[in-house]
Design a protein. Structure first.
Lengths: 405, 139
């Protein structure tokens, strides 16, 4: 999803689209123009990780916690709307540093009535299927600086954050049954060399591709209820084309599937959210031509937030992730690798405590502490950096200041 | 899922219910004379974007910290203000849709609604507003 990973024509299209939005803003008069909206955010923090390479290899305090974004929306007429967002992210080892076009799309209102809305989104769209995926890069919309890695694995960020293609959203509201939102999307993602090496290690010299990515989700909020429930599915195919010379790995076909359920409760002071995931990862090749892998991973988190007042919110979260549901202690992984991989590379559990405090309108300070056991959601996934990730338990704290408009 | 989760779901579910006396007027610059709580919720959650006569709805609100906004949110809509913010932020920053337009003051909100075709907003119950802009709220 990086600028330098796109073909020139696609870059030009997105740039022109965003430029047209900005030019409309420049030309706008002081009177309110309901058709145009321009928003953004900026956040900077510091993060300290002890015992893993989650953010850097040195283990030193890091300022690689920067998120800046600008997005605009322009309603062309009653049927069509243009919208786009550019972000700059720096997360250290979590993902590749740089600018990205997060979304740039044409929103086509296929049908609108009092209780039905049908929208088709064409172009680059965000993954809006999981609880926090649609705004995972927007700091003030997240419950925590670091999202639960069982679901929102930062190593997969550029692969799961969105896609180029089409997405359909159908919304229905009923006084009797409540609100329903059905989403389905199909597209592909261009995967950069940097992203490939984040996942597979720097010894992967080949090219990773995404040939198919279908996601769907259904959300239901019962009438007059503070609860919301969701079901989401994902089915995606990837390939790895090894470099002819010098590549440690072989050509690979991969299939990645997810089934997830979630629940969200939003009361006046209490909030609860939980997502449960089962993911299947199948691949043929990679380590050697006849290698076959087919495993089911599982994970979940439960998160509580309590609002002391309108400014201060406390956070507590409990998360567990198992790379192989039939081998929850990771012993099988250690055996299969001939002792190269420790058993704690087969899972990753996290206990998080934190708070956010609104210093002023649209100006927030967020802090959190994570105590983590296991390294299954660290990168590179294929060849874990055991020289650094040599602790079964590790922890991190982070503090971030954010402003938005 | 462990039984403790089910217990938590139930416990959390009984902890909240918004209730407050309404001291607001619902105002609109559209071909409507009354509106139900359900319709108002759909409009302010941006799930209904057009009036029955096909005119585009333009939603104006005050900053979420404004007491009038909080009263309107809890009383007229039955939605906690922070939840409205989250819904609007998700629409705005994910590309899915657009959020209401935020204005700075009560007077600015009245002016914005009365001067924008298809607009809807709210005002304090003692605010002097021409009858044609005040629509009956059916709780």
């Amino acid at each position: 999803m990086l600028f330098n990973s796109r073909t020139k024509s696609v870059q030009t299209f997105y740039s022109l689209l965003l430029l047209s939005l900005l030019m409309n803003e420049v030309g706008a008069e002081e009177t309110i123009n309901p058709d145009l909206q321009l928003h953004g955010f900026i956040a900077q923090g510091i993060i300290n990780v002890s015992g893993s390479d989650f953010v850097n290899d040195s283990g030193e305090l890091s300022a690689e916690l920067t998120e800046v974004g600008l997005n605009g929306s322009y309603q062309l007429n009653s049927l069509f709307r243009l919208t786009g967002q550019v972000v700059y992210l720096d997360g250290g080892n979590r993902y590749d540093e740089g600018f990205r076009v997060n979304y740039a799309l044409l929103d086509w209102s296929l049908h609108h009535a009092e209780d039905w809305q049908v929208n088709l989104y064409l172009g680059r769209f965000k993954n809006n299927h999981w609880l926090y995926s649609g705004t995972r890069d927007v700091p003030f919309t997240r419950p925590s600086i670091i999202l639960p890695q069982s679901i929102y694995f930062d190593g997969f960020r550029d692969i799961t954050v969105g896609a180029d293609g089409a997405a359909l959203k159908i919304s229905h509201s009923s006084d009797l049954l409540g609100d329903f939102d059905f989403n389905v999307s199909s597209g592909t993602t261009t995967i950069s060399k940097e992203q490939t090496q984040i996942l597979y290690s720097e010894q992967a010299l080949g090219k990773m591709s995404n040939s198919r990515d279908i996601k769907t989700s259904l959300y239901w909020q019962p009438a007059d209820s503070s609860w919301r429930f969701g079901l989401t599915l994902l089915d995606a195919d990837f390939g790895y084309e090894a470099q002819a010379q010098g590549d440690r790995f072989f050509d690979t076909k991969m299939t990645f599937q997810r089934v997830m359920v979630n629940a969200l409760f939003e009361g006046e002071r209490w909030e609860f959210s939980s997502e449960i995931i089962q993911e299947r990862f199948v691949f043929d090749g990679f380590y050697f031509p006849d290698f076959h892998h087919d495993k089911l991973g599982q994970g979940y988190y439960s998160q509580f937030r309590y609002k002391i007042d309108n400014s201060l919110i406390l956070l507590a979260r409990y998360e567990r992730f198992y790379d192989d549901k039939d081998n929850r202690k990771g012993d099988g992984l250690a055996e299969a690798s001939g002792g190269l991989l420790p058993s704690y590379s087969g899972y990753q559990h996290d206990i998080t405590l934190g708070f956010s405090y609104d210093l002023a309108e649209k100006f927030r300070l967020q802090f959190e502490y994570h105590h983590i056991e296991g390294i299954a959601r660290l990168t590179p996934v294929v060849l874990p950096n055991l020289a650094i990730n040599n602790s079964k338990r590790w922890d991190l704290w982070a503090i971030q200041l954010m402003y938005w408009f | 899922m462990p039984i403790s989760f089910v217990v938590m779901f139930v416990l959390v579910g009984i902890l909240s219910s918004p209730a407050m006396a309404c001291s607001t007027q619902v105002i609109a610059n559209a071909n409507v004379t009354s509106i139900t709580k359900s319709q108002l919720r759909q409009i302010f959650l941006m799930r209904q974007l057009y009036w029955p006569d096909k005119q585009k709805i333009v939603v104006f609100v005050l900053p979420s910290s404004d007491p009038l906004h909080q009263i309107f949110s809890k009383c007229n809509l039955g939605i906690f203000p922070y939840k409205l913010d989250r819904t609007w932020n998700k629409l705005t920053y994910s590309g899915l849709g657009v959020a209401p337009i935020v204005v700075d003051s009560h007077q600015a909100l009245i002016k914005a609604v009365t001067s924008t075709a298809g607009a809807i907003g709210y005002a304090e119950d003692f605010a002097e507003i021409k009858d044609k802009y005040v629509i009956q709220f059916q709780n």
